[in-house]
Design a protein around this ligand. Structure first.
Ligand SMILES: *Cc1c(COP(=O)(O)O)cnc(C)c1O
Length: 349
């Protein structure tokens, strides 16, 4: 059909399942098992629906100020968006326009190739090492930009800061995005490097460590020039990205630091205990610094285990992709949820 030749065709990203059934244990999308802070709850309760008549603040100033305050940055070094997915997509659109291939690992967040295809950005995907690590040597030479999560997803592996710096330093002609969706669960942030490198963007999110996947807030931190270019593109696309509830509740959450740290520490502790329990059942796993574990078993395929758990109303994530088809990504839940998971797995093995 005539018009169909002119469709921007894309193979969309497939998000993890959000089951409607009650009484499921949901360990498939790396949400936080603990609620946000009391301050966030109070902010939510203080909202009146009458406020919704009005557009939100297009600059989300209170939220930007809270983020800048939390990380010791200037307000013009912070960009906010509708989840880090929105922030990352804006970064791709703003910075990856050279026509040269951008570079990201073969096994990584499965949205990168979707945005690249959508925006017609060519890309190269150097393979992770056998033990699923990024080799910095693969990120040298001419390119149109670089993006990788640290810790990586869905492996959980952390690239040490010297290696991150090596990649940023070797690519002063391109923008390097470090996607730190999981950094708060025990990894080191590249944020201090933004003072030294004006080609580095650090992206973080409220969805995992800050218990607010439902609100959709993400942010980028970088040299003010990069942030200015990001805002130019944002205001050319959709000026009112963050809604009123997000700005209000997100600001309150960012300003309450203790609760968030406690929850992250609790999750890291449950992760270490769960890793030991997986090993006890014969699983192998990568070293994870994130709020999930990436596990495989020699006796049963990942798909079999995935189906068995689902029948028992426990949802984990399985990616039907080369190299990782025999792995499961299991989000760290509460201790009680993990007890139910291991009770169920013990019956299988
Ligand atoms: C979850 C995730 C994101 C996106 O999170 P938002 O909910 O859009 O903030 C980005 N990158 C990675 C690696 C993730 O795992």
């Amino acid at each position: 059909m005539g018009w169909e030749n002119n469709v921007r065709r894309v193979v969309p990203y497939v998000p993890g399942e959000q089951p409607k059934k009650a009484d499921v244990i949901k360990l498939n999308t790396n949400e936080n098992p603990y609620p946000p802070s009391l301050e966030a709850e109070k902010a939510a309760a203080s909202m009146s629906t009458d406020e919704l008549r009005l557009y939100p603040d297009p600059s989300a100033e209170s939220l930007v100020r809270a983020i800048a305050g939390c990380y010791g940055l200037k307000e013009n070094e912070v960009f906010v968006g509708v989840g880090s997915d929105d922030v990352l997509a804006m970064c791709f659109m703003t910075f990856f326009n050279s026509g040269k291939p951008i570079v990201f690992p073969d096994i990584t967040y499965s949205f990168y190739d979707v945005w690249a295809d959508l925006l017609r950005i060519p890309y190269k995907t150097p393979p992770l090492t056998e033990d699923f690590r990024i080799n910095p040597a693969d990120y040298r030479g001419e390119n149109g930009g670089i993006v990788f999560p640290n810790p990586n997803a869905p492996t959980g592996s952390f690239l040490p800061m010297e290696s991150v710096e090596e990649i940023v330093a070797a690519n002063r002609e391109s923008v390097v995005i470090v996607d730190e969706a999981y950094v708060d669960f025990g990894a080191e942030s590249a944020l201090p490097l933004i003072r030294k490198y004006d080609n580095l963007i650090v992206v973080q999110t409220f969805s995992k460590s800050r218990s607010m996947a439902g609100l959709r807030i993400g942010y980028a931190m970088a040299d003010e020039k990069l942030i200015r270019y990001l805002n130019d593109v944002k205001y050319s696309f959709n000026s009112y990205t963050l809604n009123r509830p997000s700005i209000l509740i997100g600001t309150a959450e960012m300003n309450s630091r203790e609760h968030f740290k406690e929850c992250c520490a609790r999750i890291a502790k449950t992760r270490e205990a769960s890793a030991a329990r997986f090993r006890g059942l014969g699983f192998s796993l990568t070293d994870s610094c994130a709020n999930f574990l990436f596990v495989t078993h020699p006796d049963k395929t990942a798909k079999e285990i995935f189906d068995y758990l689902k029948e028992n109303r426990i949802y984990v994530r399985w990616f039907d992709k080369p190299r990782i088809r025999n792995y499961l990504r299991v989000t760290i839940g509460t201790d009680q949820e993990m007890d139910r998971l291991f009770a169920c797995l013990s019956e299988l093995f």
